[in-house]
Design a binder for this molecule. Sequence first.
Ligand SMILES: [Zn+2]
Length: 341
Amino acid sequence: MITMTFSARPAAFLVGAAFALTSLAACSTPAGTPTSPGASTPGAAQTEQLSVAVAFYPFQFVAERVGGDLVTVENLTAPGAEPHDLELAPQQVALLSSADLVVFQEGFQPAVDAALAQANAQRTVDAASFLKLIPATVDDGHGHGEEAGHDEDGDHDEEAHEDEHEEGGLDPHTWLDPTNLATVAEHVRDALIDARPEAAETLKVNTDLLLNDLGVLDGEFKAGLANCQIHAFITSHAAFGYLAHRYDLEQVGIRGVEPDVEPTAARIAEVHEIAKAEGVTTIFFETLVSPVVSESIAGDLGLKTDVLDPLEGLTPESRGNDYLEVMRSNLASLRTANQCG
Ligand SMILES: [Zn+2]
């Protein structure tokens, strides 16, 4: 394959590649061993797309918006797959070394962390290295509703959640706060400018457009969730901690932050009690996790079900074609369920 490298490995620097990366299969050759040295024309390096590997969908959305025509983006998590327990194929592991940029979040997908530890990645953007991760919590449903846990910027007051049970780890679902995704976009922009300095202007314009879209979305969430009759929302797995913190709602996850750990009977009984105490109207489920438990709880209590999508992947069933559309669908679902004015 043709690899544009920008590290100090002269043998890997191939000028004038005339064709772009088109498939993962093309990346199965280790970086620095080009297999088609003849296909070059002068100046064509300027138009070759940068290769970006992203760990899961929201980072794909960011890389495609920031990079535009300048990048080819490969999502390590296949569409419709659940990213927490991702396993990597050998050619995906090779891609981590050959790509111009890898965008991931350490601590979310063990397979990606492990592969990157072995890879010779050329550039990485690790969202966990600059975002403020919050503790994973299992809400016990007590003592909430009147707390003023946010300052004007939506930053969270640690004391407001001292009555939640921490699971011990950190909540990885950073991207469900649009302002976090905006910060990721700025880091992706800077990394791509490092890879292709002559495209800096385009990359800045693309990023500014994305930051504007995310800012508008954030404003819609703030306004749309500012005046709700019901404070709590019950989700299939606890993916919405960042969203709840930013917009001052209370997430109750039937499962914890890992979607594949089935809830105990005791937890389900607890969720029943919370649902009654908080007066919730709706039990949410999501597109990539079985809805059976959510449907069962809703059936027992005579409540509705609806989708609240943690955007861990897009499928044909997703309520929207990109991050912004699915988030707006989430907002509409929350406004209905929580009776927001
Ligand atoms: Zn999750």
